[in-house]
Design a protein around this ligand. Structure first.
Ligand SMILES: O=C(O)c1ccccc1NCC(=O)[C@H](O)[C@H](O)COP(=O)(O)O
Length: 509
C-alpha cells in the first residue's frame, strides 16, 4: 500500500520555485554568476550604508522597518499597483530606518526593479534608510544580485536553510559588506542565529509553514538576546500602536511592518500613530546628564571611570596629543570595558517615553541615551584618514567616532558608528542634519546661541576646560546633554570625576 506523500508547506513550495528561478537567472546571458562576480569586482554596486548603525540611529524606538509588499501567499493581493518609489519615499520621510522590499515574483508580485526604484527614490536623502532585499535566499547569486541592485542588507531565513548553508550565505553577505537580517521563529532557530554571530535578528511572528501568526512569538524570545549585542526585531502581524508599544516595553529594537502600511489610507499619518509620535514635552528639550571622560590611556582606568558613572570614554588617537593611545591599547581598553559594562535591565527607565517627532539631533541624542550598556567608547580623531578611522573602529570595536579636525561631511556614510563632530564656532553649519549625529562645542556660549529648529535647542556635548570649571554653568544652562572632561593622571582624578558625575546627574534646580 502506498503512503500518501506529505503535502509540502508554503515555505517548501516557495523554496522549490525560487531554486528553479535562480537556476534560470544564472543562465541568462550577461547575468551569469561569473558576470555578477565581474561586476562586483569592478565596484559598480552603489554605496552601502551599514544596517546596524542605521538601526541604532533611528529617530524612533523601536526603529521602523517598513515593507513594500504588493501581495502575499496568505492574503493574496494587498496593493498590486503600488508605486515602489513613491512608497519608499513616503516611508523614508516618515522616519523609517529600513525599507524592506519583497522581490519574489510569484506569490508576492515583487521584483528587483521594485527594490532598485525604492533605493533610487531615497538615494539622495541625508541619512537614507537601509534597503533590505526581502527574499527567499538560498544561493550566493541572489545576494550578489541584491548588492548590485542597491540593497544594503538581505534576509536569511533559518527555517529554510541547513546550518552549514546558512553560515555560508551569512559569510558571503558579510563579504559584500552587508550584515544580514537573520529570521527565526522559535528558540532553537534563535540559538542557531546567535551561534552564527548574527547582529540583527528578526523573530517572525508568522509561521512560514502554516501561516499562523502569534504575536507572542517575539515576546517569548526577547530574553534569549539579553546578554548579546544583538538588535532584536519583531516581524509580521503588527497592525497598530498597541503592538508597537508592547514590543517597545519588552526591549524590541525594531519592528517590520508590511500589510498594515500597504493598506493604510494615509501612510505617514498611520506611521505617526503606530510609533505614537506626539508633541515634544518641555522635559524632552532640556537635559544635561551624560559625562564623557576624555584621554583614557589604560584598561583599569577605563573600567574605574565606568564604575564611577561615566557614560562615554574618549580615546585619543592623534599622536601629537600627550594623552594619545595606540590602536592596540585601545582594543585592550575596549575588551576590558565590554567585559565590565553594566547592563541595565530593560525597563521604563531606558525607554522613558513614547518617541515624538523630534528633530534629527534631539532624536539621535535620545536614542544614544537609551543605550542599555555603558560606558560607550568614543574614538577621537584629528588628522587620520577615513581608511585609518574605519580600520581602528573595527579593530578596537568603538561605539562612536569624534572628528576633531576638518573632515568631509560625507564621511558619516562610511563610518560604521555614529559620528560626533567638534565645531570650532565658524566652520560650516553644525545644525545641518544628516552629516553627523552629535555636535560638540568647546564654548558653552556657542551652544547657547543655536537652535536645531525653532523651539528646539540644539543638543550639544560641551567640552570643559582643564579642571572642569564651569560645569555648574553648563548644567544649569540646559543646552548640553553631555559634558566632556579631560582626564589627567593624578591620584585624585577618580574622586574628582565622581563629584562631577554627581553634579551632572543630580543638578540643583
Ligand atoms: O506574508 C505572508 O503571507 C508570507 C507567507 C509565507 C512566507 C513569508 C510571508 N511573508 C513574508 C514576511 O515575513 C512578511 O512580509 C513581513 O514580516 C511583514 O509582515 P506583515 O506586516 O504581516 O505584512
Amino acid at each position: 500500500m502506498s503512503v500518501p506523500a506529505k503535502q509540502p508547506t508554503i515555505l517548501e513550495t516557495i523554496y522549490a520555485q525560487r531554486a528553479k528561478d535562480v537556476d534560470m537567472a544564472k543562465s541568462t546571458p550577461g547575468a551569469t554568476p561569473a558576470d555578477l562576480a565581474a561586476l562586483l569586482s569592478m565596484h559598480v554596486a552603489p554605496p552601502l550604508i551599514p544596517l546596524v548603525s542605521r538601526l541604532k540611529q533611528s529617530p524612533s524606538l523601536p526603529a521602523l522597518m517598513a515593507e513594500i509588499k504588493r501581495a502575499s501567499p496568505s492574503k493574496g493581493a494587498i496593493s498590486l499597483t503600488a508605486n515602489p518609489a513613491q512608497q519608499a519615499l513616503t516611508y523614508a520621510l516618515s522616519g523609517a530606518s529600513v525599507i524592506s522590499v519583497l522581490t519574489e515574483p510569484t506569490w508576492f508580485k515583487g521584483s528587483l526593479l521594485d527594490m532598485r526604484l525604492a533605493r533610487q527614490a531615497v538615494d539622495a536623502l541625508p541619512n537614507r534608510p537601509a534597503i533590505l532585499r526581502k527574499e527567499f535566499i538560498l544561493d550566493e547569486y541572489q545576494i550578489a544580485e541584491a548588492r548590485l541592485h542597491g540593497a544594503d542588507t538581505v534576509l536569511l531565513i533559518v527555517a529554510m536553510l541547513s546550518q552549514a548553508r546558512l553560515a555560508e550565505l551569512y559569510a558571503y553577505s558579510l563579504s559584500l559588506g552587508m550584515e544580514p537580517l537573520v529570521e527565526v521563529n522559535n528558540a532553537s532557530e534563535m540559538k542557531i542565529a546567535l551561534d552564527l554571530g548574527s547582529k540583527v535578528i528578526g523573530v517572525n511572528n508568522r509561521n512560514l509553514h502554516d501561516f499562523q501568526v502569534d504575536m507572542g512569538t517575539t515576546s517569548r524570545l526577547v530574553e534569549m538576546v539579553h546578554e548579546h549585542d544583538v538588535i532584536l526585531c519583531a516581524l509580521s502581524g503588527i497592525s497598530g500602536p498597541q503592538d508597537v508599544q508592547l514590543y517597545r516595553e519588552q526591549g524590541v529594537r525594531a519592528v517590520l511592518i508590511g500589510e498594515a502600511l500597504m493598506r493604510a489610507p494615509n501612510t505617514s499619518d498611520f506611521i505617526r500613530e503606530l510609533l505614537q509620535w506626539s508633541e515634544g514635552k518641555e522635559s524632552d528639550k532640556q537635559r544635561t546628564s551624560w559625562v564623557q571622560a576624555t584621554g583614557i590611556t589604560s584598561a583599569p582606568q577605563a573600567v574605574a571611570l565606568g564604575e564611577a558613572g561615566v557614560d562615554m570614554l574618549g580615546i585619543i588617537f592623534d599622536t601629537t596629543n600627550p594623552q594619545h593611545t595606540t590602536p592596540h591599547t585601545a582594543s585592550q581598553i575596549s575588551a576590558a570595558v565590554r567585559e565590565s559594562r553594566f547592563s541595565r535591565t530593560l525597563s521604563q527607565e531606558i525607554y522613558p517615553s513614547a518617541p515624538t517627532p523630534k528633530p534629527w539631533f534631539t532624536a539621535q541624542t535620545d536614542n544614544l541615551m537609551s543605550a542599555s550598556r555603558r560606558p560607550l567608547l568614543v574614538g577621537i580623531f584629528t588628522t587620520h584618514t577615513l581608511t585609518e578611522i574605519i580600520h581602528i573602529v573595527a579593530h578596537a570595536q568603538l561605539d562612536l567616532v569624534q572628528l576633531d579636525g576638518p573632515s568631509p561631511l560625507g564621511w558619516i556614510n562610511h563610518i560604521q558608528v555614529p559620528v560626533v563632530r567638534t565645531w570650532d564656532g565658524t566652520s560650516g553649519d553644525i545644525t545641518c542634519p544628516g552629516f553627523h549625529a552629535f555636535a560638540r562645542v568647546k564654548e558653552l556660549q556657542w551652544a547657547r546661541e543655536l537652535e536645531e529648529v525653532p523651539g528646539w535647542p540644539m543638543p550639544f556635548i560641551v567640552a570643559t576646560r582643564g579642571g572642569g570649571d564651569g560645569i555648574e554653568d553648563i548644567v544649569q544652562g540646559g543646552k548640553a546633554w553631555a559634558i566632556d572632561l579631560d582626564i589627567g593622571a593624578g591620584e585624585d582624578e577618580l574622586e574628582r570625576v565622581r563629584t562631577i558625575v554627581k553634579t551632572v546627574k543630580n543638578p540643583r534646580v
